[in-house]
Structure formats: C-alpha cells, structure tokens
Design a protein around this ligand. Structure first.
Ligand SMILES: [Zn+2]
Length: 393
C-alpha cells in the first residue's frame, strides 16, 4: 500500500452508476474521497492531472492462462510477475491465474509459483496483483471439453480427491481460490459442498448439466458460470439445461469472452439484455499467445495456431483467446454497449464473484485504490494497484 496522499483530478470518473467530472483522493492505498465537481481540490503530496481522461476501476480478470509468451502451467514466480506487468499495461489490476487439467505434480508446481509471486510486495511489482487461483477443472464433462485435454479430467469420489487443490495455502498468501466444475458428474454436487466448506468459489463450466442439477448445484452454493455459453451444452428450445438455467436464475452470475469470436456480438447483446451488467462479467481466457503476433505456439503440450486473432488447436477447436480484458472492453464500446455497464462487467461483477466487492471493483470511498486512467480511445495511460501508480505513454 502506498502511504502517499495522491490527488487524481480533472478526470471523467467512471462511477458505478454514471460518468461524472471530478477526481479522487487516495490515501494509504485507498480511495479516501470521491470528488464530483468539487469547488476546490484538497491538498496532496502528489497531484496528477488526468486532462479529461476517464478514471475507472481497474479490470479484474477471473480467467487467464497466460500472455506475452508466459504459460501459467509452466511459469516460475518471475514469469508470473512478467505476466502481471504485461496485464497492468492493459488496465488489468488484479487477476486469477487459471490452471487447466493436469497431473497432481503440475498443479503443485503452479500453486507454489503463484504463491511465491503473490508474496512479493506490491511496490516492487509494478504489476497486476494476483487475487488467487482459478482451477478450470479437472472435474469437467468430457462431452464439453473444448480445447482442454479430456484424458486429464477426473471424477469426484471422496474429499481426498480435492487434496491437491488444498495443498498450497493460497489463502494464507491472502488469496482466494475458485474452481470451475461440471455438477452433473458423479459426485459433482458433493464436490460443490466440499469446495464451499473449504472456502473455495464453485463455478459451473464445461458442463451439460440438466436444469434440475443446476438448481441443486445452486442450492449447494455454485452461483457462477464460466465463459458462457462456451463449453456448455447449447441453448435448446425443447431441452432446458445449463445454458437456459444460467440466463434464467437471477442469483447466477456469468462471465463471457467478448472477443467477437467465442460469442457472436448479438448473442452478447441478448445475454446483456437478460442478465444486465449486474450479473455479466468479462474475462480474457487468454492463452500465452496473447500479446504476440499470429503464428503457431506450443501450449498445453500441443501446437495452437493463431490467425486473425482466432486460436485453434490441432483438431480445429477454439483454444482460448488472445485478448485482454481491455480488448473486450473496447469491443463492447465499439458495439455500442453503455460505458458504465462495460466497466461494471470488467470490474464490479468479477469483484463480487470473488466475494471481494467491498474492497475492489468500483470507484467508491474506502475501497482499495485500484484505478486506471484511459483516454477517450480507451488507451491505458495510467494504472494503480493499492495506490501505487504507473504511468504509460
Ligand atoms: Zn480457460
């Protein structure tokens, strides 16, 4: 946390419910006051003139496998920090490194690298901070594996099947953990109970669960759906399964990959119309090729090619994205979504999914000073994590 008293002024504030001219006073790494059209600016140790740029909450990416050549399945703590620096430049101030199904040994390696990266003090990082870890699997439906390796999928029989994911004390490092699972698997509902009992967020994904099983999963504490509607049994007018359920249940939040490839933009409009910006979050689902040119990259043990921003593995399936959350935000702005709604999706919704909505996710007094300054073409000019400010030209 930065002990300085910093005034960011002359900004167009992106507040939870509106845009407003003003600034914020940051003190001890938190938003001390939100100043809308003030008559005078308060004193500060440091004053930054935003020159009319947007000042918005930092993006929180719930789902990212890597970028800039860094693969989180094999990265050491230094490479994890490299990724964090890349992400900060694109306005992501917090993220959940996301692990794909693999062996126990691979999971342990990922967990320990992430824990070590989390322990680095933020003033030395100049990087997006890690909120925790997201396990995408391995308790997933083989019928909806997407680009994940179904040979690595597991079923849940007893609580000991969860041990590899509890082995690393991510939460002692101050983080949260989240797991995406298919509730229709044998033991799937008990898995949710076990996750919740261990304080882990349970999300539904890579699933073809019928409606009733989804309701049972909700009763056990699963109230989020991962990269809707990718990796789910599709919407069907006679068979209402997980895709209908996620839209219909008001308590359920979803996240989407708004790269214009994983989901048609008109489908995104439909989802937005039904769920509203309160229940719809943006993720990147980026793979290590994000931030690199088109080409073929070795990811998760197989070649993945990237052509015109579309990823595909050897069998021609989409294999994650090459966007950042900033790209998703720009896409939605370009497609005419309201800016206030877009920033709710990129910050507030993910914070609430993680249960840290009182600390992060909006420009509100008392919250941590995770802030980004963007010009009106949505280029990131400034980013702050806990009040530590980085400026970009
Ligand atoms: Zn993924």
């Amino acid at each position: 946390m930065n002990p300085e008293r910093i005034l960011l002024h002359n900004a167009e504030l992106v507040l939870p419910d509106r845009l407003a001219e003003g600034g914020v006073l940051v003190e001890a790494g938190r938003i001390q006051s939100v100043l809308v059209n003030p008559r005078a600016w308060p004193e500060a140790d440091r004053i930054i003139d935003l020159e009319g740029d947007y000042l918005a909450p930092g993006f929180i990416d719930l789902h990212i496998h890597g970028a800039s050549g860094v693969d989180l399945m094999t990265a050491g703590p230094e490479a994890v920090s490299t990724l964090g620096r890349f992400l900060l430049r694109s306005g992501t101030t917090r993220f959940l490194p996301t692990a794909v199904p693999d062996s126990d040994a691979a999971y342990l390696q990922v967990i320990s690298a992430i824990e070590e990266a989390m322990r680095q003090p933020s003033e030395k990082r100049s990087a997006a901070a890690i909120v925790g870890i997201h396990f995408e699997g391995p308790f997933l439906s083989p019928g909806c594996h997407g680009a994940l390796d179904p040979a690595r999928f597991r079923t849940f029989r007893t609580a000991t099947d969860l041990q590899p994911f509890l082995a690393g004390p991510i939460r002692q490092a101050g983080g949260v953990a989240m797991m995406t699972l298919a509730p229709e698997l044998e033991g799937g509902l008990d898995l949710i109970t076990e996750l919740r009992g261990n304080g882990i967020i349970a999300a539904i994904g890579h699933s073809q669960a019928p409606f009733e099983i989804c309701d049972a999963a909700l009763a056990r504490g699963a109230r989020h759906v991962t990269h809707y509607p990718n990796g789910l049994a599709p919407l069907h007018h006679r068979e209402s399964g997980v895709a209908v359920w996620a839209l219909l249940q008001d308590q359920v939040t979803i996240d989407v990959i708004a790269d214009g490839i994983h989901v048609d933009r008109r489908m995104l409009s439909l989802i937005h119309k039904i769920k509203s910006a309160e229940k719809m979050g943006l993720i990147s689902d980026a793979i290590p090729a994000c931030g690199l040119p088109d080409g073929t990259y070795q990811v998760w043990g197989e070649p993945i090619s990237v052509c015109d921003r579309r990823t595909s593995n050897a069998s021609g399936r989409l294999a994650g994205s090459v966007i950042t959350v900033l790209d998703a935000v720009s896409n939605l702005a370009h497609w005419g979504f309201p800016l206030v709604d877009i920033f709710r999706m990129s910050s507030q919704v993910p914070a609430s999914v993680l249960g840290v909505g009182d600390e992060l996710g909006s420009i509100s007094e008392g919250k941590r000073a995770d802030l980004i300054g963007l010009d009106h073409d949505l280029r990131v000019r400034l980013a702050a994590v806990d009040g530590w400010i980085e400026r970009f030209v």
